[in-house]
Structures are given as C-alpha cells and as structure tokens.
Design a protein around this ligand. Structure first.
Ligand SMILES: Nc1ncnc2c1ncn2[C@@H]1O[C@H](COP(=O)(O)OP(=O)(O)O)[C@@H](O)[C@H]1O
Ligand SMILES: [Mg+2]
Length: 521
C-alpha cells in the first residue's frame, strides 16, 4: 500500500511540476482545495516555465510529453475522444509527439534472444541499430532465414519494463482519479475513473505485440485480392508478446511525393486508391487501419500502398457499417430526409425528436459543405459535424465511429497532400454504391430497380424494422463501448470496488502521510 501511495504522490507532484495543473486550470477551473493540494505538493520544485504564447491545449501537450509514456498515452487517448474533452482540446492533443530516445542495440538483442529462443535467434542476421523509437516500442531491420530463403524483415521490440512502469503509474493515476471523482462532485462528469480504465484496456492490447500481429494478419487476409494494397507478412516464429517480425517494406514513404513522382507513380491515382482502400476496409470488411498517417504509409515502385503499424485498428459491426454507408451515401445524394430516416430506423434518435427538425439540422451540415468548392469537401469533417448535431439530439456517438471519422480526416489529408484536387465524393461514391448493392442482393440482378437508400435499407433482412427497436438501439450503444474495451463494464465494477476498499484503508492515514511526504520532498 505504501508503494501505491508513494506513486500517487509522485504522480500528483509530476502533474503539478510539469505545469499540467496550471493549464488544466486555464481550460477548466479546478476546485480551490485541489489547487491548494497541488501547490503544496509541488513546493520546493522549479515549476517549468511554460511558453505563454501557446494555447492551453498546446501547453498541456508539452506538460504531458515531459511526464513520459503513461501521460503521452493518456493524451493520445483523450485526443480520440472529443465526446469527453471537447473538439478544440482534442485538436491540440493530436499533436502529441511520441518520440523518445531509443534503447541500446545490445539490450534489444538480449530481449530478442530471450523471447524467441536460441534456435530461432541464430537465424537472425545483420540486426541494425533502431530505425525508429517511440514510447512503447522501437523498430530494427534485420535478415532472417525463412524456408531456405533470406528475408529482409523489420523487428518491432517493446521497451524493457514498459508494462510494469505503465501499470504502476496507471494504478496510481486510477487511485488519483477515484479520489478526485469522489471528493468533488463536479468532477464526476469527467468520468476520470472510466477514462483511466479504458486507457489501461487499450494499452494492454498495444503492449502485446501478438495482437498487432493478428491485426496485420487479418488485414492481410481481408485485402489480399485488392490490387494495389499490400500488407506485410508476419513471421510468427519470430513474433511474441514483446516482439513483432514482419516483411521489411520495400518502398518510399508516402510523405515523399517528389520522389514518388520521379519514379513515375501517378499521384492522382495514388490519392484516389488510398481513399478507396480505406473506405472498402471500413464498409466492406468492418476492419480498418486506425492510424493511417504519413509515417505509417509507404508506396512501392509500382504504386502499391503498403501500410505498417497495426496497433490501432477499428472494428465496425454490420449495423455500424450499414449506418455509415447509408449516411455517407445519403449525403452524397444530398438527401437529408433519407439520412434522418436512417437515424430514426436505427433507433438512434430519441423517439420524441422531430424527424423534420433532424433533417433540417442535417441539411445545415450538408449544404454549406456542398456549397464549397469540390476540393474543400471532406467526408471526415462532414462526419465530425454530423456527430456534433447528433449529440444535440441526445444520441451518444459511438467510439468506433469516432475512430473512423478521425481516421477519415487523416486519410483525406494524406490524399490531398498527394493530389490537392482530389474529389473525395466522386472517389467514395463507387465504393459506397457497390457495397450497398451487394448488401441488399448478393446476386444483384435487380440492382437498377433500387435507387434510393431507404429502399435499400428495407431490403436488408436484419434491420431494426424486423427487430425490437429498443433492443437494437441498446445493442448499438453497447457495441460502441464494447469495441474499445470488451467486457469493460464488469472489469470496471471490480476495479471500482477494489478502489473503494483501498480508499477506506487509506482515508485514516491520508492526512498524516501528506505531512510526512511534504517533509520528504
Ligand atoms: N515493416 C517495416 N519495414 C520498414 N520500416 C518499418 C516497418 N515497420 C515499421 N517501420 C518503420 O518504423 C517506424 C515505426 O514503426 P511503427 O510500427 O509505426 O511503430 P509505432 O507504433 O511506434 O509508430 C515506421 O514509421 C517505419 O518508418
Ligand atoms: Mg507508427
């Protein structure tokens, strides 16, 4: 218990000294007692002088970065949840840099040998110095003997002891969140305990590279017939919880469009392909790469797109996919009544809401966007505004759809950098149309008869019209949470019970310890 309390104070002091508390105060005034506590606990330290030119969000980024892995991850997680911290702050947190110094090649080799055993280790040759290092893992290049061939591979290795450090800090952070949430009724709204809990669930997955390997494998299988999109192959004998080995990408970063042009890649086609592959994965497979920034995308000599980094993937169930394809397609057709209908049929809008008003709100999102010149239209922004509206109508946005929307903004950004005139709507239309057609009729013999999305909807057998609406809506909502953290609620309850017990134990000694630790620091 002492260790946990010590960590708790350590984290609280870290928060205060880094300037995070000051910036949080600028964004959202904390209760006076809490501020007093933080002032006390940072006594005797040189509080970092923050750049006052920066916005509070930017300052928070600097502070979190200075606090290390756990807090960088916390910031990155919050950046994906505008529903919790608001749109503006998420934009700033998205800029959080994940760059940290690499660990030694010698240590990397030791981990490798220990993880895969001497026999397989013997087959690895020419292990390079790290080519990239982030807060959770780093990447080396090497060669392996595989079925009598020599293969060039990339090996991702978890940082030593990262899991222990992370879990210790999270334990303390969890306790901290719990105390704050219980001591200050206003803080309840922020769902701090739930946020820390979700962060733990997500990061525990990221810290097991077998999950990433499995994700790469699933994406490989889903896209093996998509000409132009090549997922690297995983080498399972060289993959463990702490190690991921996959084909080395033979290509140029998608960031280097000058170079790509020089080798004869058509940037317009490349941009269009990128958008289409992403949409196909989302609506056809319901499984998409959720981190498609330029650093994770490569292009080979033939213009094939090769993604890496499968740590964040999005999963959309069939209903979510239908919903997504219908609303995007509805917007493309500028048929706001249909889009509204989709929401109502899915039971997503409270029954007492007016369909006409909802359609009007949708129009207020769609029309200004279509009033822009084609090159400014963005599907991701459209979805973002749609979610803002749906929130006003008291619908909870589901995390998987939020991840999709965020990724869509990123993908469109990458495509526009390649070819600024890319017409996202024209590029998206065939993918959505195709998918909707296949959905309603695998044989597709009477496709031409079906023109509107609501007709298509009526033909899909397991639609809410055929199921109990309330049940369906509940299911959708539940899945929103489930996708991010399967079985979370039960775990969360257990965690909260543990915290309650723990709090009862420490409450008596709490103030005494405050004084002791103040003296120690
Ligand atoms: N298979 C690969 N071939 C070549 N380079 C790779 C490969 N996998 C990763 N890299 C390089 O290492 C970097 C970091 O790997 P990544 O999987 O993106 O880790 P992180 O999760 O830390 O971002 C990538 O941006 C890329 O430059
Ligand atoms: Mg990456």
């Amino acid at each position: 218990m002492l260790k946990r309390i010590f960590k708790l104070f350590y984290i609280a002091r870290k928060l205060s000294v880094s300037g995070a508390i000051d910036t949080i105060n600028e964004i959202h005034k904390l209760p006076t007692t809490l501020n007093l506590f933080f002032n006390l606990i940072s006594l005797g330290s040189n509080t970092k002088l923050l750049d006052y030119q920066k916005s509070p969000g930017e300052k928070l980024c600097v502070a979190l970065q200075g606090m290390g892995t756990t807090f960088i991850k916390l910031g990155q997680f919050l950046a994906t949840r505008p529903d919790i911290i608001g749109e503006e702050l998420t934009k700033d947190l998205e800029k959080l840099q994940d760059k940290v110094p690499a660990f030694d090649l010698h240590d990397a080799k030791k981990i490798l040998r220990k993880e895969i055993g001497e026999n397989f280790y013997k087959n690895i040759m020419d292990i390079s110095e790290p080519i990239a290092a982030a807060s959770i893992a780093q990447v080396h290049l090497a060669k392996i003997k595989f079925e009598n061939h020599e293969k060039q591979v990339a090996i991702k290795i978890l940082r030593p002891d990262i899991e222990k450090l992370f879990n210790e800090e999270l334990d303390a952070l969890m306790l901290f969140a719990y105390i704050v949430e219980n001591a200050f009724s206003k803080a309840k709204r922020l769902k701090l305990v739930e946020v820390v809990h979700l962060l733990r669930e997500i990061t525990n997955i990221e810290m097991d590279l077998r999950f990433e390997a499995a994700a790469a494998n699933e994406l490989f299988e889903n896209t093996k017939n998509d000409v132009g999109f090549n997922v690297p192959k995983i080498y399972w004998n060289y993959t463990t919880k702490k190690i991921l080995t996959l084909d080395k990408v033979d290509g140029i970063s998608i960031r280097e469009y000058q170079k790509l042009k020089e080798i004869g890649v058509d940037l317009k086609t490349l941009a269009e392909n990128l958008i289409q592959f992403f949409l196909k994965q989302a609506v056809r497979d319901g499984f998409f790469h959720g981190d498609m920034h330029q650093g994770n995308l490569f292009v080979d000599n033939n213009g094939n797109i090769i993604p890496v980094d499968f740590g964040i993937m999005g999963r959309l169930d069939k209903n979510n996919r239908k919903f997504l394809a219908e609303i995007l397609y509805g917007f493309i057709q500028r048929d706001y009544v249909k889009v509204a209908e989709v929401h109502f049929q899915a039971g997503l809008v409270p029954q007492n809401a007016s369909k006409d008003e909802f359609a009007q709100a949708l129009r207020s999102v769609g029309e200004p966007i279509f009033g822009q010149s084609i090159k400014d239209i963005s599907g991701g922004n459209l979805l973002a505004q749609l979610f803002e509206i749906t929130e006003k109508f008291n619908m909870a946005t589901q995390p998987p759809l939020l991840l999709l929307q965020k990724t869509m903004v990123v993908v469109e950004g990458v495509a526009r950098k390649l070819y600024p005139e890319t017409n996202i709507w024209e590029v998206s239309r065939p993918v959505l149309e195709n998918w909707l057609k296949n959905m309603k009729s695998p044989k597709s013999t009477f496709d031409t008869a079906v023109k509107t999305s609501s007709e298509i909807i009526k033909r899909i057998p397991d639609l809410p019209e055929f199921i109990d609406r309330a049940d369906y809506a509940l299911k959708l909502m539940a899945e929103g949470k489930l996708n991010l953290a399967i079985g979370t609620n039960k775990n969360l309850e257990v965690e909260q019970m543990k915290l309650k017990n723990f709090r009862n134990n420490i409450i008596i000694s709490f103030f005494g310890i405050v004084i002791v630790f103040l003296l120690v620091f």
